[in-house]
Write a protein that binds this ligand. Structure first.
Ligand code: SF4
Ligand code: SF4
Length: 163
């Protein structure tokens, strides 16, 4: 990987290794999200339409290791969790599903990487955790709650972003 390749290449120009390295490992994309629309109020969805708003919850996918902020079944994730959003170069149009601090979204919107990003911290996630930009210590697992109570878990912290 070329040093600071994210400053010279667009997302679509990155090779697979570079693409994977852009992920900060915050695990915010492993939280359940809900959409407010005019018809149904809040409900889970895989598609967003104009005028709808994404709400984040603190409810994490049952496969998330909430301390390490890592998927426990990364290789099998799309098989075990069919609605697991795997961002690729081909579905960049879905990037609005990602939180504002998501590194792919930041680069897509021309905002660069934040100072706490692992690529700028010797590959370590500690600066990100310290900045409160990961989900560590803030989630409940979907396996431990009644999903009908999801409104009790709507939170705004996943929308936070910081340089
Ligand atoms: S929100 Fe974006 S940067 Fe954070 S873990 Fe998910 S894909 Fe990676
Ligand atoms: S399957 Fe893994 S990567 Fe996908 S949402 Fe669940 S914990 Fe996250």
């Amino acid at each position: 990987m070329t040093e600071r390749f994210w400053e010279t290449k667009s997302l679509s120009e990155m090779n697979q290794q570079e693409w994977e390295a852009i992920c900060d490992g915050c695990a915010k994309c492993c939280l359940h999200k809900f959409i407010d629309d005019e018809v149904d109020e809040r409900h889970p969805t895989e598609v967003i339409h104009e005028g709808e708003q994404v709400h984040y919850s603190s409810i994490a996918c049952y496969l998330l290791d909430d301390k390490r902020c890592q998927c426990t079944q990364y290789d099998k994730r799309t098989e075990l969790v069919p609605d697991c959003v795997k961002l690729t170069k081909d579905n960049l149009k879905d990037i609005f599903f990602m939180p504002p601090s998501c590194s792919y979204r930041r680069l897509y919107e021309g905002r660069g990487l934040p100072s706490w990003h692992p690529l700028l911290n010797d590959g370590k996630k500690s600066a990100m955790h310290k900045a409160g930009m990961s989900v560590r210590g803030k989630t409940v697992s979907e396996s431990t709650i009644d999903m009908d109570d999801f409104e009790d878990y709507i939170v705004v912290w996943p929308l936070g972003d910081e340089d």
